[in-house]
Design a protein around this ligand. Structure first.
Ligand code: NDP
Length: 524
């Protein structure tokens, strides 16, 4: 990333913010022996310390030209005869063709899942189910390098995140739930926990394999069978997971994977023989699903959008908080439902935080997601990039100031530089709507009460962050925040033992931990 050039748009956006010292400017200052104030001193190596390319080797990764549906333990052609392209968002190259499942394919998948539930999985002792889950977890660990590369090629996320975050968590979810499979009566003593039957699951594109693990592992541990639909732009790793299920000799029909578009998801939701729907995605689609399911007796969990407040108090450890802000919003290109996308900074430290943040985003490396040094990979799809651009423009039009480093973005692919908007007010669209990209909306507050009021002033309620030196303040604030997950002096920490989910328009129900298990059980 070049940090010593400014684009014209950036100059406009930075009207009131001082521009970060360029290499030349620093050299000039040093030449004249003018003292640089302590709080402005920083290491600046200009272009003398560029990283050498460190691409992960993907030559050995084989992607079949076509991916079929996975129904009843076999790969089958879709009845529609249709396929759609899956492209690498970093290169715009076609990776493969994915089968488009129609209503009749979903029906066949639900029938297979019902048969598997009635004849095998629903009756199988938890001890035996657990063995399959352990086996799947181990195979995932064995293949984790291949899966991480595929995830990066298919979705645009950086290899360091797919390798070090997504894949370890995918395996951890299977291991964790394997452990519960034969202990459900201890998890819920005296409540006679029983599986629900066939569950329909619909997942998004931001954490393709991880969302599949979040959904599949607890459902299987509890004795349910599954029909799952991955997102259109990121189906490849789900189909690789199907191969892992075959390798693990998971009984036929226990997990069925139907790829396709929104209508494929709707066919699962509306199928009369599905007992539960678990959905992660946008609030708009979540609302549609809630309407379709209402009155049918199907159980429903919805994990929807978010607009989390990351709150920085005057007494926060500022350097750590800045790292927390960075990981809160720029992790996974900001394609994270719980991203800390609204930064609330107490007024006294506002300028310090903004200065440090501005310096820090200059160091983030945007580009080839397969390079191990890349911090920000490709935006998942063209429509998502257009959505980010449109929302950022609305912020600028409404009076916010855009701060962006001048980076050279690759010619091909979908890219957006790490950015933040200052001067945002609560009524701006960028303060209310999910941008789902590497863009932070910055606001200030004076008192803890104001921080809470501002943090809760959103239709969402998925997550939040609190940064302060005082433990008592953490407890006080956290109890007033209407968010399902609150991180204190850290951000974006995930663990299968910890329940995750939201309030208000962020949905309902929890995934992970005991609460996540309960969502796949009925009690008598
Ligand atoms: P969607 O909610 O449309 O997609 C999520 C999943 O639902 C996908 O598998 C999608 O299929 C499927 N789906 C779409 N329509 C229906 C339907 N009517 N019935 C059942 N399933 C359906 O999200 P988008 O991909 O369109 O992203 C739009 C915005 O949503 C993003 O910009 C972001 O703001 C937000 N989002 C939030 C996520 C979160 O984790 N909270 C995750 C993803 C997006 P298909 O992929 O084929 O369309």
């Amino acid at each position: 990333m070049k940090t010593n050039k400014k684009s014209p748009t950036e100059t406009n956006g930075r009207a009131k913010l001082s521009v970060v010292s360029t290499a030349k400017a620093v050299a000039k200052t040093q030449d004249h022996r003018k003292p640089v104030p302590l709080n402005q001193r920083k290491l600046n190596f200009g272009d003398k310390w560029n990283y050498a390319p460190a691409p992960e080797d993907n030559k050995h990764i084989k992607i079949a030209p076509r991916h079929e549906l996975f129904i009843d333990g076999k790969f089958v052609e879709p009845s529609t005869g249709k396929y759609f392209d899956s492209v690498n968002p970093a290169t715009e190259e076609k990776l493969t063709e994915i089968a488009f499942a129609g209503q009749s394919d979903v029906d066949v998948a639900v029938k297979a899942a019902r048969r598997a539930y009635d004849k095998v999985w629903g009756k199988m002792p938890g001890r035996e189910r657990g063995k399959y889950l352990y086996r799947i977890a181990r195979i995932i660990q064995e293949k984790s390098r291949e899966l991480a590369i595929l995830e990066t090629m298919d979705g645009g996320k950086t290899i360091k995140e797919s390798r070090d975050v997504d894949l370890p968590l995918v395996a951890a979810h299977f291991f964790y739930h394997a452990g519960w499979a034969d202990k459900l009566q201890y998890a819920f003593p005296g409540r006679n926990p029983q599986p629900l039957g066939v569950v329909g699951q619909i997942i998004p594109w931001n954490f393709p394999l991880l969302m599949a693990a979040w959904k599949i592992a607890p459902a299987l541990a509890c004795g349910n069978t599954i029909v799952i639909k991955p997102a259109e732009t990121t189906s490849i790793t789900a189909m690789r997971l199907a191969q892992i299920f075959q390798e693990a000799e998971l009984p036929e029909g226990v997990v069925n994977i139907v790829t396709g578009a929104g209508e494929t998801g709707a066919a699962i939701v509306n199928h009369p023989d599905v007992n539960k729907i678990a959905f992660t995605g946008s609030t708009d689609v979540g609302k549609l699903i809630a309407k379709s399911v209402a009155g049918t007796g199907k159980k429903l969990t919805l994990e929807l959008g978010g607009k989390a407040a990351n709150i920085i108090f005057n007494d926060a450890p500022i350097d750590q908080a800045v790292e927390g802000i960075i990981s809160g919003i720029y992790f996974n290109q900001g394609h994270v439902c719980c991203a800390g996308s609204r930064l609330l900074v107490q007024e006294r430290v506002f300028l310090t935080v903004i200065r440090k943040l501005r310096d820090r985003i200059q160091t983030l490396r945007v580009g080839n997601p397969l390079d191990k040094n890349t911090d920000i990979g490709a935006i998942n799809s063209k429509p998502q990039l257009e959505k980010i651009r449109e929302l950022v423009q609305s912020g600028v039009d409404e009076g916010a100031e855009l701060v962006q480093p001048a980076c050279e973005l690759p010619q091909k692919g979908y890219w957006y530089p790490p950015s933040f908007l200052t001067g945002v007010t609560a009524s701006h669209r960028v303060a209310q709507e999910e941008i789902f990209g590497p863009v932070l909306s910055v606001m200030t507050f004076r008192t803890p009460e104001e921080a809470v009021e501002r943090a809760n002033n959103t239709p969402y309620g998925l997550s939040a962050g609190v940064w302060t030196d005082k433990g008592s303040k953490i407890f006080k604030i956290v109890n007033k925040l209407r968010a399902g997950v609150v991180w204190a002096n850290t951000y974006n920490k995930f663990d299968p033992t910890s329940p995750f989910g939201g309030y208000k328009e962020s949905g309902f129900g929890r995934e992970g931990g005991l609460q996540g298990l309960a969502a796949y059980l009925k009690f008598s």
